[in-house]
Design a protein around this ligand. Structure first.
Ligand code: MN
Length: 729
């Protein structure tokens, strides 16, 4: 009569024998040897460890699995519950779990290890939402989240044994991340207990006041519950409806929420009790509702029909609030047994038992599973069902961390460039590469959920057309296009201005002088240019001929005779040619204000495009280019310093030295060389040396086009198991 069906609290620690007995009660063919093996494996792995409570560690995985058993999960999930901490805490390799148990158990445990590494920091709503999505995205299999919730539940239950500071942090994280997840997955039994535990640690003063008040009235309350249950039962019987009626006090958290929402004190909250009527079918749900409404006065506006319109998490029930026998409000939920199963266990209720290793999904014989599958008619298998739920959870893309620990949502297939543009346009425009989880990756790298991304920038870097093929997000594409067209416009403007200026020289005048006398007014009007800049662009793009401007200048006596025409034409061609030549000149570096100057890369720092650079005029040898980080810079005379920039049109290769420290393994030199060559990168020379401690040192001189190619090379070398460090030498 007092409803305690899925009450997780006040449970003594179970032994593995008791746990197995419980599993057998709902799944008699369960492979219990497999579960026992997992128990002994975990016990052995954790044998050195103790919980903060002082108890042996194995108590924890055992409790986690007990919760999974209550949710009637399959054997693999229960085994994963027993093993969930062995990878993280005992440094057991996932391959060992795969060998000893099964690949899917190993995958579940790896998924749990990954999620436990996500560090939640911000309480901000949008960030919490992103973290939640990240948890789902990283759990390829939703069973991982069910185990995680069970794990969190036991940790919350034993939270009193850790420091106050940690208590607050974990409780807040639970409330922000795991409670909404449990709710979204419909696992209301877990959600309810987690909420109460959060309240206990986040607002102990409120929690204990509520607990005290509720306890004070306990016997009186139970009497009242019995009375009301009997009354409802009598009424149902009168109309021949068979139902099971239970009553219970509401959770502390729901009372607390109500107090907050209404801005009232505990004493003013009246409806502390909730009743539940479980009937045989949907027709009887509505029948029972009619009976209750005729027996007790309903409170207007409090009736909700989640049977006809289920909640997004598939929750179904009729809710109503009526004035109870003692003139107090009571809440009543009416549902069928199947709906109840879903209401308590949510997604976990959908789990069909899978035989270990056989890979065959056995449809459960229980009727409710059939009915549940009919709720989701298109769904054939567990994984399809899980995918459907995941879609439902609106997991749009990949979730990655910023260096500050925030989570960003990006599209599937997003690259470091997309990430950089999502941070800021300037970060995107100057992005030369990225470090993902501390290792350098190429710009093309596809980000995965859980990656930590740090963008490397260089002032001299600018976007290129190739980037449009790399990026996935429309924001990044737009920003790159904007930059490219701005540059294009800038070039055209300069070219057009130069063309007009040269033509005017025939008439011994110039743009500045004519503009002072406002002589371009007619041209601007008639040639539809908003300003001189636009007029220059029109000329450069060929939309208007220079002559069209000249003949509209009042002080110029423009005659389109053959002689002038030819002269202008030859200027026009000459200018166009030079303009093209400047754009394509085969010089790696453009030196401010100087043409055709001899440029040489300094041997000390070997600059490559993408590096920030500076030039120094050297006697008789033109200009030497150093990186701005070069140590030799201090020795140089500042008066000989010139501004230089990389020529984006230049396409030749630059030598650069890469120093690699490795564990000394046979064949490592050829392994590294091969992988560099596989990138299409030429190795000019390689130098090897043995170091103490079984280490080797190599210096490769390779030829790269630019900094991003260099980063790509470094990334490939770094990804090798034997490699300890990679630096530019
Ligand atoms: Mn754990």
């Amino acid at each position: 009569m007092i409803d305690e069906s899925l009450d997780f609290s006040h449970e003594p620690n179970l032994t593995i024998k008791e746990l197995i007995q419980r599993i057998k009660s709902y799944y008699k063919d369960a492979d219990t040897d497999f579960i026992e093996k997992a128990y002994h494996f975990a016990e052995k792995a954790h044998c050195e460890q103790k919980r903060s409570s002082g108890e042996p560690y194995i108590i924890h995985p055992l409790n986690v699995s007990a919760t999974l058993v209550k949710l009637k999960m399959d054997v693999e999930t229960i085994v994963a519950g027993l093993l969930h901490d062995v990878v993280e805490d005992c440094e057991i390799a996932p391959t060992v779990i795969e060998k000893e148990f099964s690949p899917s158990v190993a995958e579940l445990v790896v998924g749990l290890t990954k999620i436990s590494k996500i560090k939640f920091r911000s309480r901000q709503e949008s960030q919490a939402e992103n973290f939640r999505k990240m948890v789902v995205a990283m759990a390829k299999d939703l069973r991982v989240i069910i185990v995680k919730l069970a794990d969190r539940m036991h940790n919350m239950r034993t939270l009193q044994y850790i420091s106050k500071e940690k208590q607050l942090k974990i409780a807040q994280e639970t409330l922000d991340i795991y409670v909404p997840l449990a709710s979204r997955l419909g696992i209301n039994s877990v959600k309810g207990e987690l909420e109460d535990l959060c309240l206990r640690f986040l607002h102990p003063e409120i929690y204990y006041r509520l607990a005290e008040k509720v306890a004070m009235k306990k016997s009186e309350r139970e009497k009242y519950i019995r009375e009301t249950v009997n009354m409802i039962n009598d009424k149902l019987e009168e109309y021949n409806v068979k139902g099971e009626v239970t009553g219970r006090p509401k959770t502390f958290y729901s009372i607390y929420k109500k107090m907050q929402a209404r801005g009232v004190d505990f004493d003013q909250i009246q409806d502390l009790l909730a009743f539940r009527v479980i009937v045989n079918n949907i027709t009887e749900c509505y029948k029972a509702l009619g009976i209750i409404h005729s027996a007790f006065k309903p409170v207007p506006g409090r009736f909700k029909d989640y049977v006809a319109i289920p909640k997004v998490n598939n929750y179904q029930s009729l809710h109503t609030t009526v004035i109870g026998p003692r003139a107090e409000r009571i809440e009543i939920q009416i549902r069928t047994e199947e709906m109840h199963e879903v209401a308590e266990k949510g997604i976990a209720a959908h789990w069909k038992y899978k035989e270990k290793g056989s890979g065959v999904v056995k449809a459960n014989e229980l009727d409710w599973v059939q009915e549940l599958v009919e709720f989701n008619q298109d769904v054939e298998s567990n994984s399809e069902f899980m995918d459907a739920i995941k879609n439902d959870l609106d997991i749009g893309g990949v979730f990655v961390f910023t260096p500050g620990g925030d989570v960003k949502e990006l599209r599937y297939g997003a690259t470091p460039l997309d990430f950089a543009y999502s941070v800021h346009t300037e970060v995107g425009n100057h992005c030369v590469g990225a470090k993902v989880n501390g290792k350098i990756v190429p710009l093309k790298y596809r980000l995965k959920s859980g990656d930590s991304v740090e963008i490397l920038t260089s002032k001299s870097q600018t976007p290129s057309k190739d980037w449009l093929k790399i990026v996935k997000s429309s924001r990044a594409k737009t920003k790159i296009r904007q930059w490219l067209s701005k540059i294009e416009r800038e070039k055209s403007r300069e070219m057009g201005e130069e063309m007009l200026e040269s033509a005017l020289r025939i008439y011994s005048t110039n743009i500045k002088a004519l503009n002072k006398k406002n002589e371009f007014k007619k041209s601007l009007e008639e040639l539809n240019a908003r300003n001189l800049e636009e007029l220059f662009i029109h000329i450069a793009s060929g939309r208007n001929h220079v002559n069209e401007v000249l003949e509209r200048l009042p002080s110029i006596d423009f005659k389109d005779n053959k002689e002038t025409q030819d002269k202008i034409e030859s200027f026009y061609q000459k200018i166009t040619k030079t303009a093209k030549k400047t754009a394509h000149k085969e010089n790696a570096v453009i030196v401010d204000g100087l043409d055709d100057v001899q440029v040489r890369m300094a041997r000390c720092c070997n600059p490559i495009p993408g590096d920030e650079i500076v030039g120094f005029i050297t006697k008789g040898r033109g200009i030497t280019i150093h990186t701005t980080r070069c140590d030799k810079l201090f020795d140089q005379d500042d008066n000989r310093r010139v501004d230089v920039e990389w020529n984006s049109e230049y396409n030749f290769k630059h030598p650069v030295n890469i120093k690699v420290i490795t564990h000394d393994k046979p064949g490592i030199l050829s392994k590294i060389s091969k992988s560099i060559n596989n990138l299409g990168i030429n190795i000019r020379s390689a130098f090897a040396k043995s170091l103490p401690d079984q280490k080797g040192s190599f210096v490769f001189e390779v030829e790269v086009r630019d900094y991003s190619e260099f980063l790509k090379t470094v990334g490939v070398i770094e990804s090798m198991e034997e490699v300890i460090s990679v630096t530019r030498a």
